[in-house]
Ligand binder design. Structure first.
Ligand SMILES: C[S@@+](CC[C@H](N)C(=O)[O-])C[C@H]1O[C@@H](n2cnc3c(N)ncnc32)[C@H](O)[C@@H]1O
Length: 268
């Protein structure tokens, strides 16, 4: 998959993302948010606003959202059906996190489908900034490296390994953490006295999502081929078999994600 995200990819994944997200983290977030009115929310790597569309109806108080992304074409597509919701978009690179974060006070930092793209250094800056402001953190749909097919293909492990190694390339914010991002963020936040909860938010994909299935397999083939060019034709053949399997209903694929909620221990 290219380092720039296409709006059609984000549109295809949005219904699956919304279905997959963990509801069990919400009661803790609600308790923490009580009395914060409006709740100031910073959404990092917001894309077309999928995170806002999922989370805002689940929160009970007035909200003031700031959506940050470096891609103006994605930000131009941000829409919400919630009347009266306050929100604004900022076109900025997440590498300049500390610069703009200072100008936009927030109670909650959130992101969806972003965490696996960032580096350890970036994560440390995030942890530090949240600690200083005693802000809550909710990071959803963090890819965890598990791709499980309901029927086996001999090339699944090779493709999976190449894809996961490709995940750790530099995606613009330093060497990406890829599948280890949730665990590393949890460690960083616990070290500064946050309470952290992680819940699964996996995709379960089959023939009812043909567009997403095709784009996902194509993306895996492209990533694996870039990582291991000597096997490009094997990866292409694998992709054709796996598209057929998914689209015919012969197979399903489970793509592991995790949702993370972290709350500061304000009593300490
Ligand atoms: C996988 S998309 C997720 C978008 C959205 N949060 C969602 O759930 O649909 C990752 C987003 O992060 C943005 N992004 C990636 N690297 C960035 C950077 N260095 N600065 C700002 N935005 C970035 C991309 O433009 C893209 O919108």
């Amino acid at each position: 998959m290219s380092d720039r995200f296409q709006s059609d990819w984000l549109a295809l994944r949005e219904p699956l993302d919304h279905f997959a997200r963990s509801r069990s983290l919400l009661p803790r977030l609600h308790d923490w948010c009580a009395g914060r009115d409006p709740l100031r929310i910073l959404d990092l790597g917001a894309g077309t606003g999928s995170n806002l569309r999922w989370l805002s109806p689940h929160l009970k108080q007035r909200q003031d959202w700031t959506l940050v992304d470096h891609d103006p074409a994605l930000l131009a597509l941000v829409r919400t059906k919630i009347p009266g919701l306050q929100w604004r978009c900022i076109q900025a690179d997440l590498g300049a996190w500390d610069h703009y974060a200072d100008q936009h006070p927030y109670d909650l930092v959130t992101a969806s489908a972003l965490l696996d793209l960032v580096s350890k250094t970036w994560l440390d800056t995030l942890v530090d900034a949240c600690r200083l402001r005693a802000a809550a953190v909710m990071m959803a749909l963090n890819y965890d490296g598990h791709i499980e097919w309901s029927t086996p293909d001999p090339w699944d492990p090779t493709v999976g390994e190449a894809v996961n190694t490709h995940q750790t390339r530099n995606k613009g914010l330093g060497a990406a953490l890829g599948p280890s991002a949730s665990a590393q963020l949890a460690d960083g936040l616990r070290a500064v006295n946050y309470f952290v909860w992680i819940e699964p938010s996996a995709w379960d994909i089959g023939c009812e999502s043909p567009g997403l299935a095709r784009m996902l397999v194509d993306g895996w083939v492209a990533a694996a081929s870039e990582q291991d060019p000597a096997h490009e034709s094997d990866f292409r053949a694998w992709g054709e078999r796996r598209c057929r399997d998914l689209l015919s209903g012969h197979s399903r694929v489970r793509v592991g994600h995790q949702d993370l909620l972290a709350l500061p221990d304000t009593a300490r």
